[in-house]
Design a protein around this ligand. Structure first.
Ligand code: PFF
Length: 460
């Protein structure tokens, strides 16, 4: 029996709407911008294999745990954790996990929005035909022109944050549900088109080999941590985004099936992005390890040389902006839901407050690509010798906060909640599937996360 609780923020119209929203949260810059560039920096195949393994063994079970907790609590993650900790006789400190998620969400969105701003800027650059016929060098200089200018980055960052605030202010069932329904499939089709272009680039095999042929000598302990961190990042796990979306999930929807569907779609999009990008990288003699600018320095070459490239390029970046947008709203929804519940704010006021705070923190990232690009605050630590503020923010959130948050979510769902509660909420009986899930979240995921952490800091 599910609890009788109802969310004061509303509910998705049905299970399909939840899948769309959760997929909207999961599929974003993480898949198309981040996955290719970190796979490129960490040597390709072996990294991709570890990432896929993490999705299957850690990501899917934790997503189920997060949705299950969210739906049972039906409030913002902070209040959900407080209520469930009380009901399950666990320590009241568990609500701090909700707080960690709120802080993580602000930090991630602060740089996420700056990168989404690049995508926005590229909508206009592509649409005006700027890329037509350009070589790799030309495309690179367009990218440098953008990121070297703090004012430009600031303007795009501001526009993207305003877009995010508007949607969050409108609430759970705004036009977004409808927009995602149309845009996600379109993004998929466009990625297929790009893979088709990459197929003919002359380096398709080289690209695929890079992505799928594991060479373990290329993989470092830090690389394994980055792969695991990315599994959390790409599935939006470990900070309450999926938990808060789960709190709007209708009672009769299957948590297992929806979580698996979302994870599969997310993974597919990332792999397609990789398959589109790496052949273009190799065909044009570019560096797979070029860093955060990778897709902005490769895909325009493809658009610049295909028929109708200005149109397709513009469409692609529009869709990328939408993918980022649907993720961004899930990053501040936990904070906004909490402000509405506890501070009595209206949704509009809460969204503006959260959005403005994030915008301010985002300035750190804006400047770390230009006026502060030489600032390496943790240069005394060897792994961070080259890391800018943006790199550090990304590392702290994706590789430390999210896995740690995910670990604690697993511990709560599997060790603190009574067995009956999870059997009840997952509603898939007490047979093989439930037991496998429970073994995974009880033992396998926590141990795996801890081992990867210890390995990365050199203890094992
Ligand atoms: N999953 C999003 C992406 O891959 O772009 C990013 C993200 C959204 C991370 C929400 C974390 C989160 F809570």
């Amino acid at each position: 029996m599910p609890t009788e609780r109802k969310s004061i923020h509303g509910q998705w119209s049905n299970r399909f709407a939840f899948i769309l929203a959760a997929t909207g949260s999961a599929v974003g810059l993480g898949n198309i911008w981040k996955f290719p560039y970190i796979a490129g920096e960490n040597g390709g195949g072996a990294f991709v294999l570890v990432y896929l393994l993490c999705i299957a063994v850690i990501g899917i079970p934790i997503m189920m745990a997060e949705v299950l907790i969210g739906r049972r609590g039906r409030q913002s993650p902070i209040n959900t954790m407080r209520t469930l900790a009380y009901e399950e006789n666990a320590s009241r400190h568990w609500h701090l996990l909700g707080w960690a998620g709120v802080v993580g969400g602000f930090l991630i969105l602060s740089y996420y929005s700056v990168i989404a701003g690049w995508a926005l800027a590229y909508v206009f650059r592509a649409g005006s035909g700027l890329f037509t016929g350009l070589t790799a060098d030309g495309v690179q200089s367009i990218f440098s022109n953008l990121v070297d200018e703090p004012e430009r980055l600031l303007a795009w960052h501001t526009i993207f944050m305003v877009m995010t605030m508007i949607i969050v202010a409108r609430g759970v069932r705004s036009g977004l549900e409808r927009a995602v329904r149309l845009l996600m499939p379109l993004l998929f089709v466009l990625l297929l088109l790009l893979v088709g272009y990459a197929w003919n680039s002359g380096a398709f095999h080289q690209g695929l080999d890079f992505l799928f042929q594991p060479d373990f000598s290329e993989l470092t302990a830090n690389g394994v941590l980055i792969a695991m961190g990315h599994a959390f990042f790409t599935l939006s796990l470990g900070m309450g985004a999926i938990m808060v979306y789960g709190s709007y999930l209708p009672d009769n929807a299957s948590i297992a099936k929806t979580s698996i569907a979302v994870s599969l779609m997310d993974t597919l999009v990332a792999l397609l992005a990789g398959m589109a990008i790496f052949p273009i990288v190799f065909a044009n003699g570019l560096e797979p390890g070029a860093g955060p600018g990778l897709i902005f320095q490769t895909l325009p070459i493809a658009f610049g040389h295909m028929d109708g490239g200005a149109f397709f390029g513009m469409l692609f970046f529009v869709l990328l902006v939408f993918a980022a947008w649907t993720s961004a709203i899930s990053l501040i929804e936990p904070a906004v839901a909490w402000m509405v519940e506890n501070l009595g704010m209206t949704r509009i006021f809460a969204s503006v407050t959260a959005g403005f705070t994030t915008w301010l923190v985002g300035l750190l990232t804006v400047f770390s690509f230009n006026i502060w690009s030489d600032l390496k605050p943790l240069a005394m630590i060897p792994v961070f010798a080259e890391s800018t503020i943006f790199d550090l923010l990304d590392y702290l959130t994706a590789n430390i906060m999210l896995p740690l948050g995910g670990l604690l979510i697993a511990v709560f769902a599997a060790w603190q909640m009574k067995r009956e509660s999870s059997v009840d909420e997952l509603a898939m009986g007490d047979g093989f599937f439930y037991r496998s899930w429970r073994i995974l979240v009880r033992y396998i995921t926590p141990v795996a996360v801890v081992i990867v952490f210890l390995n990365a800091i050199g203890i094992i």
